[in-house]
Design a protein around this ligand. Structure first.
Ligand SMILES: [Zn+2]
Length: 249
């Protein structure tokens, strides 16, 4: 029995001479791994729609030991992200984050739409990769059930101070009056704090509708990366690679 679904191809590997094993994010069933026979052959009609960062209609059936893509039809491709090394590296980190945080067999339409939105901004606008990375990390955390506690100071309930501290390990916000110097929390200026609250609470289509200074963006980026690494408790080799590329540019 065949099932039709929309999916974003995240990674692929070549099997044998021309078969492709792809890891995809589907709208209804979370992460899936599927074979596409002959799809590594550039003459195959399934070549383009099963490339990484292609968003495609897939017709899938369950084979004896794995899912098999019978037909694939491209909806849109973000493949030209490869024209920019830093943006390509970031897209690979975003894909690895999804593979490691989204389970199989769960409804993932909101994560898929968020990823498509971030890829669109990454490929088609000049918004900075640092900002896109930060927005992606925080929204993925929210959508996968790790909402950061960023509304009030956990000590006194204060909403604002010139500097706020986010204890990303214990998921606690601390104001400057309550912070006693313990640990190494992320430091947030008013601008960074406002941006973090905005991204956490914004409607899905408006997650990029804000401006931020370079100084505040660096604080926001530091905070969201540390929070993501803390909640996922794993290493991402694509993040190391992204940082190498950034340092080199
Ligand atoms: Zn306080």
């Amino acid at each position: 029995m065949k099932t039709d679904m929309e999916a974003l191809i995240l990674t692929d590997q070549t099997v044998g001479d021309s078969d492709r094993l792809v890891t995809v994010l589907t709208r209804n069933k979370g992460i899936m791994r599927c074979f596409a026979r002959g799809a590594k052959n550039m003459k195959s009609v399934n070549f383009a729609p099963t490339q990484p960062l292609s968003y495609s209609h897939l017709s899938i059936y369950a084979g004896r030991s794995s899912y098999i893509i019978d037909e694939a039809r491209l909806i849109t491709s973000f493949y030209n992200v490869q024209l920019d090394l830093e943006r390509l590296a970031l897209s690979q980190y975003m894909s690895e984050l999804i593979i490691k945080t989204v389970p199989e067999n769960v409804y993932s339409s909101d994560v898929l739409d968020m990823m498509l939105n971030c890829l669109h901004v990454l490929v088609n606008t000049d918004r900075s990769p640092t900002l896109i990375k930060s927005v992606f990390e925080i929204r993925l955390a929210v959508l996968t059930g790790s909402m950061p506690d960023i509304i009030y100071c956990s000590g006194c309930g204060k909403y604002e101070s010139d500097t706020m501290f986010f204890d990303y390990i214990n998921n606690k916000l601390i104001c400057s009056d309550c912070f006693k110097g313990e640990g190494s929390p992320a430091v947030l200026s008013r601008g960074a704090m406002a941006a973090l609250r905005y991204v956490v609470l914004a409607e899905p289509k408006k997650i990029f509708s804000f401006n931020i200074s370079d100084t505040s963006l660096n604080q926001l980026a530091d905070c969201t990366e540390k929070y993501m690494l803390s909640i996922s408790d794993t290493k991402f080799h694509t993040l190391d690679y992204y940082k190498q590329i950034k340092a080199f540019l």
